[in-house]
Write a protein that binds this ligand. Sequence first.
Ligand code: HAM
Length: 423
Amino acid sequence: MYRAPRGTRDILPQEQQYWEFIRDSIRRTCALYGYKRIDTPIFEETALFARGIGAGTDIVEKEMYTFKDKGGDSLTLLPEVTASVMRAYLEHGFHVLPQPVKLYSILPVFRYERPQAGRFRQHYQFNCEAIGVQDPALDTEVIALAWRFYEGLGLKGLSLQLNSIGDSICRPSYIEALVEYYRGREGQICSDCRPRLARNPLRLLDCKNEACQPIIEAAPKSFDFLCPECAEHFASLQKCLDLLEIPYQFNHRLVRGLDYYTKTVFEVWAAGIGAQNAVAGGGRYDGLAKEIGGKDTPAMGFASGLERIIMTMQSQGIEVPPWPQPQLFLAHHGREARRESLRLADRLRKAGFRAFLSYGGRSLKAQMKEADRQEATYALILGEKEMRGGKITVREMASGREAQVAMEEVEGWLRERLKGDIW
Ligand code: HAM
C-alpha cells in the first residue's frame, strides 16, 4: 500500500476547520493592514533561490527539491516565498505603484529536512512582504501584524525574539570579531560548527549542541557592532514596539537561516509545541532585490508555518467553529419516493439548505441510522404513504418528534426553523 511521502501529510477533513479558520483570519488581518494577495508559481528557476537565499545556506546546499524539466531547465519547488515575491515585484514593475507594496500569500513550501514534530518536507506558509520603504515604522508594522494575528487566534505563551544583524557596512567587522573570537576555541566546538567557522560564521550562533552553548553565550554580539545608521534603525524600532506595547526579548543568537537579511531579524516562538517552536520568522532584506538583478529596493517581511500555528492552537485547547454539519437527511422508500427525494434535495440545496441524500436502496431503518451518524438536524422521510398523501414526514433527530408537512410547504417550514443558518 502506498503512503504519503516521508515528511509530508494529508490534511484530513477533521483538521480542515482549523485551516479554514486561519485562512479567514489571515484574509481579515491582511485587509486591516493593507496587504493584497499574490500567488506565485510553486516552482521557479533554481538560480533565483541560489542567489536570493545564498549559496552557502543549508536550504540551498541541502534542502531544495531541484529537478530538470523535459526542456532541460533547472527548476526548484519553493523552499520559501520571499525570493519569489520579490521576483514578481521586479518582473511586474511594481516600483511604479505607491510604496510600500504590501503582498501576502498562502503557499506550500518544500524543504528536504529531517522530519520531526513540527518540521515537514512540505509545509504551508502565510507569507507577508512590504516592499519599497526603508523605515523602522514599517518593520514595526510587519512585526505588529504577526503579533496581533496570533493574539487574535488566541495563542498564549508567545515570545517575540528580536535582533539586528547590521548591513553590508557594519556586518563585516562583526563577522571578523566573531571569527577572531572562535579562533583558538576550535577544539571546544562541535564538529558541525568547525566548517561553519570558515563558510558561514553567523550560523555558529544558531548551534543547538550542548558543548557550544557557553561559547555562544560569551560570543561578541551583533548589536554591539552596528554602524550609526543600523543602530538608529534598531533603537527606533524598539521605541515603536514600546509604543504599541508589544513585548520583545533581545536575542543576540538570532541570525536566521537565509542570507538576505539586513538590520532587523525576528522570530515569534510559541509555548507547548516542542523544539520546533518558531511560528514565525522574518526581518528586513534591503539587499535581495539587487542580488537577484533588480534595482536597490528595501523590504521587510515574515512567514509563518500554518501547521505550527494549528499545533499550537490544538495543544493550547483553542477551539474553532466546527465544519458546517448537514441540516437535512432525505430518506426514501420506493421508486417514486426516490425520484422525488432527488428532486427535493436539489430544490432545497438551491434554496441554501445543507442536504444529504441516501443512496444504495437501503431500508428506511438503516437510512435513519445514517441520518443519526451524519448528525443531521432533520430527517425528511418520503415513503409510499407520504407520496400518496402529498406530505413529508419531518423528524427532528435530537428529540425524535415528527411532523407531517405538505410537500409544497416544506421549504417554508424549514426556513422558519433553521433561519440564521441558511446559505
Ligand atoms: P523561515 O524561518 O525559514 O523563514 O520560515 C518561516 C516559518 O515557516 C518558520 O517560522 C516556521 O513557522 C515555518 N517553517 C519553516 N520550515 C518549516 C518546516 N520544515 N516545517 C514546518 N514549518 C516550517 C522564511 O522562509 C523567510 N522567507 C521568511 C521571510 C519572509 N523573511 C522575510 N520575508
